[in-house]
Every structure is written in C-alpha cells, then in structure tokens.
Design a protein around this ligand. Sequence first.
Ligand code: SF4
Length: 342
Amino acid sequence: MSFLKKIIKKQLGDLNILRAKYFLQKTGVPKTLRIDITAFCNAKCPFCPRVAMPNSRLSGKMSLETFTSIITEAANFGIKTVKLYITSEPLLHPKFSEFIDFVKSKNLDVQVSTNLSVLQHRLKDLAKVNKLQLSIEGWDKNSYEKYRYPLKYERARENYNFLINDENLKSIFKEIHLPVTKLTDLKKFFILWGNVDSIRIDFMQPYNDFNIKNNTFISKFPLQLKNEIYQLEEKVDKICYDPFDEIVVGFDGKVHLCCLDFHAELPLGNIENGFANILENQKRKNIQKEFLTGSVKTCKGCSQFMVASKNQKDELIKKIDKAWKVSKPNSKIIFYDKVWEK
Ligand code: SF4
C-alpha cells in the first residue's frame, strides 16, 4: 500500500472507507464468482473446516450443464474472475478440463487452487488458468504429511517440480499461501518451495463454524494443532467486503455468504434463481447493512477477525527476514505490506 493510501486509510477509518465505496458503487457490485465444482477433497487437513462439515456436503459434483449455465449468466452479469475453489480439490472433478475451457470461452479470468495430489496428466489442464494457488504448509516430509494428511510428500514434490519446469505451465502465476504456526521452519520452506512467483505468509487461523441457534459465525481453533497455533486476538473494527464483492456458489448451486461460510449455512438461495435474485436476497442485504452501520452481529465471531498482536507480527517479520537472508528464494515473499525479493 502506498504511503498516501496509508494516511488516507488512517484518517478516514475502515468503516468510512467502506461506506464511501458503497455509496460510489466501488463495492456492492460483485466482479468475482467463486464456485465449488465438486464438494470432494482427498485430504483431511487438521486445520480445515471440513472436520466439522455435515456429511451431506462432503461429496457431490456439479454437472457441466449447470456450470455452463451459471458461467453464461456470470459473464452477462459482469463477473470478471472465476475462482474454482471453496471447500474442495477442484482437479478431482472428471470434467475439470471442459470447465476451464468453458470459462475461457467467455473471456473470463480463471483461478484455481490445488493441493498438488493429482496425477500429472490432470496438471496439464492447468495450462489455461490465470492464477494457480498451491496449498502447502509443510517444510519436510513429516510436516507436509501432518498438515495435508493423508496426502504423500513425494507426489507433491514430483507435481511441484513438474509445474515449475513444464514449458506449458511456466507462464502461469503460481502462489503459495502459507499459514504459519510456531513450528514452521521458514528457511526449509523457502528452500523447498521457493520457485513459485510468490509466497504469501499469514498466521494460521482458526476455522469458522456456524451457531444455528444464535445465527452467528464462531471461530474454532483446531484441537490437533492447539500447541503450535499462535493465540490470536479478536479485532475490534470488523469490516469485510466479501458479502459485497463476491458471489459464492456450492457444488449444489446453494449460495454461500463467502468462502468462510464453509457449510453454506445461511438461507441465501440457489444460483438457479439467477444472479439478480441473489443480490436482492434479504439475508445478504441485512448482513451488508450490519457492516455498513458498524453493528456486526452475524459475522462478529468470524475467524478472519482473529488477528496477531503487534509483537507477534514483529517477531514473525524477524523470522522471515532471517530465513530469507540464508535461503534467498526466487519467490517474492509477502507478509502484510512487507515484501522480500531478490
Ligand atoms: S466476516 Fe467472515 S463470515 Fe462474514 S462475510 Fe466476511 S469472511 Fe464471511
């Protein structure tokens, strides 16, 4: 963020910025569609909200017919970017390749996230995506297989090398979002995975669950990792642009509030009723109103409002700096507004 932007942000405050953007229609007209083409994932990561997912949402896949009708409407509606991931591993859909082709035929950008577990012939389908996010947290075999249980380190390494070296895949922007715990060995991580375009670092966060009785999101720290995850504090100012700027659709067409409404718990309708209908949904509008009036109730306990203290951030900056100096990865390293690059 530029110096000037930082000053403006500080002077106005996040809430006034949201209000101004809403008034000027710089927010509130979604340009991004997130869509789960399948609900299936082959990993059981200990930090993932899938641990609390109802059985009815653990599997299932979207038909090509439904997908093409959603994407056709999305393009007409003004969506610019399609992200093919919310709760699952999209490359496991048998028609993944056709899905990508259809998005590209509508001149939309397409972004994909993968855990690198699939066979290499599936990775070739990625040649047309605009951005690829790689889900990796481990810095060696043990840690990789702990965080990405029961996936195999050797397969992930083979696929990583293939992605980095294959001529058709070289030009795709590849990013790792690395959620760190107190145990993360950054030096080893940078050496092992430091040939992607960027590694975006953040603290590992709790996951979101939904309390049906109170109609509120609540954060839950993953019990299996309780000794290593940083204890974060609840942020006072709660602003979120997701209910304004994204439309999020599950494999069954159910509309999620955002990608952290993992189990699609709120009654926001079904995409088969059309995009305009989703924007008019009263529940969605009420949540927007909660943010615009600064009276956040439904999302008050969302995990994205659990943040690190200044000390925790300063300590992590020192650790990143030290690891970067000894490993000098090719990747750009990003932590909030700090950047390390060769
Ligand atoms: S605050 Fe959390 S639950 Fe609410 S819309 Fe934003 S990301 Fe979703």
